[in-house]
Design a binder for this molecule. Sequence first.
Ligand code: PGA
Length: 250
Amino acid sequence: MSRPKIIAGNWKMNCTPAETKELITSLIASEKSESEIVTIVCPPFTSLSVASELLSESSIKLGAQNLSEHESGAYTAEISAGMLIAAGVKYVIIGHSERRQYYHENDSLINAKLKAALNNGLLPIFCVGESLKEREAGKSQKVVSGQLLNGMDGLSLENMRNLTVAYEPVWAIGSGKTATPKMAQDMHKYIRENLAKIEPAIASSTPILYGGSVKADNAVGLFSQPDIDGALVGGASLSADSFMKIIEAA
Ligand code: PGA
């Protein structure tokens, strides 16, 4: 089955509304109208409304970096799925390793967030990946399969069809160390085998993105692998030039 190629930029805690305007204006200027690549930008919450306005005529889609598992109420500083939709957001990153590591998000919270997103019509980019310690202990597959199984627990088939998975080995994020195309492909294939065990109907259609120090010069090798359907890009998504080069490589 043919799957869409997706390149998503995770801006993390970067870009004020003014900087967002500048970056999105440059992206729109170099956007290729005939491109079949699904391009997504995920600015911080405070830049979503300016980004949404700027992207209204563009094929570039808007994503957020997190959401609350709750619908509304007394949850100071949280942002609900409904609020994101009202701000023009279509995609949301869930379970990023920085959320897992620094904000103690565990598999059961991530599962609740996936349900909140999907039940409200947002499209999650569900992140999984092992740490260096786990890889060195030979536990990469066990960690990733557990994150998939627990994160997707209780999702309906209809909801699972709207998932994109991102494999991001923690040791490759922001470190300049990318997994080799073979290492990444082996894990992507393993993820697809796990998806088949969880729900056979989604295994071949679910896009699986690679993330971790993706740059224009390593993107070609990664994207030539059969189970790598695009990338979740951090640092290199903060410059229109380097982000566009990755899109061109897809
Ligand atoms: P990086 O980040 O490309 O800067 O390594 C990727 C990510 O954390 O999504």
